[in-house]
Ligand binder design. Sequence first.
Ligand SMILES: [Zn+2]
Length: 170
Amino acid sequence: MIILSYIGLSTSNQLGIDELAKDATVKDKIDYHFNRSCVQLRNEGKRNIILKWQERWDQYQKERWTKLFFDRVNLTRVIGNFYLNQIYSGHGDFGEYQGRFFQKSATGRCSEEIETMEHLVKKCKLWSRFRVNWPNLNIVEMMQILSCRRDAVRIVEQQLTFRIEELDTV
Ligand SMILES: [Zn+2]
């Protein structure tokens, strides 16, 4: 193989090849290099995108509510429930959001305090019948329990149903 490579090379190049060939015979390991495959490049690109996304998510000052539930970004996490998405995003039919974006009253129907998503799901007395046997946990821990999560979804669903009925009567 080395002999064939001598064809067409000058004497100085031949000397270089001879030295490399000689070096190769005394090495324990052979140096080699393969270019990265398409799959490797794609995976590396995906890793970089996730890292950048996580950096931006960590530095982002808004959406703190959502960060409570999801501190790590994820390419495969999909939440397809309309009401559950309102809870996690903090965007939905509750006073604080309606007040901020549509200049409506931020106080809920209970008139106790600003109707945040946490108030609506966890504290509002109007929906206490959905919270039977709820453990005394914070909202993040509570949302990790399937039965509580289902109850929370029912509260948001009922809240929206009530609002729609309210609009129909106006
Ligand atoms: Zn309330």
